[in-house]
Ligand binder design. Structure first.
Ligand code: TYD
Length: 146
């Protein structure tokens, strides 16, 4: 399948979105709404927890799924790669969401021991949406197919 969102599939189209926050002595509150704070309609949410300190996850790209990744607690790095450029985003605040367009190779690494990653996705889970082979990803990227 060829992706249709080619214009969005560069590392430079990823960005940190600062979510609303209500600071309160009783505890802080943040939230996110479809299209208002998150630039897509949320179809799925999943989370990573009990990740051993220093462990890595990810190591794939999506054909169509867009994501917003939040470090709800602790910290980790998200490494994005569009075949030409790599960029590391360090997440360590629960009111920062990293918007990841489709078509980027993404790895998550340097998890702190107490890290909790919340991810919103624009599609339902579909294994066929994954690229799991980095060399194949690079070739399709170089051919302009993703
Ligand atoms: P995966 O996305 O491959 O995580 P990682 O790249 O960090 O290893 O997901 C791991 C497993 O979980 C994989 O077998 C598919 C399954 N999974 C779902 O069933 N639904 C989901 O929404 C996600 C994200 C994963």
């Amino acid at each position: 399948m060829i992706c249709t969102k080619a214009a969005k599939m560069f590392v430079n189209n990823a960005k940190i979105i600062e979510l609303p926050k209500f600071l309160d002595a009783r505890g802080n509150l943040s939230f996110a709404e479809n299209f208002k704070h998150i630039p897509f309609e949320i179809k799925r949410t999943y989370w990573l927890y009990d990740v051993p300190g220093g462990e890595s996850r990810g190591g794939h790209a999506y054909r169509t799924n867009e994501e917003l990744i939040i470090a709800l607690s602790g910290s980790f790095d998200v490494v994005l790669d569009d075949g030409k450029e790599r960029k590391v985003f360090s997440l360590n605040r629960s009111y920062y969401g990293l918007y990841v367009p489709a078509g980027l190779w993404r790895e998550m690494e340097n998890f702190s021991t107490n890290a909790f990653a919340l991810e919103f996705g624009s599609t339902h889970f579909d294994e066929a949406d994954y690229f799991r082979d980095y060399d194949e990803f690079l070739k399709l990227k170089a051919d302009g197919k993703i």
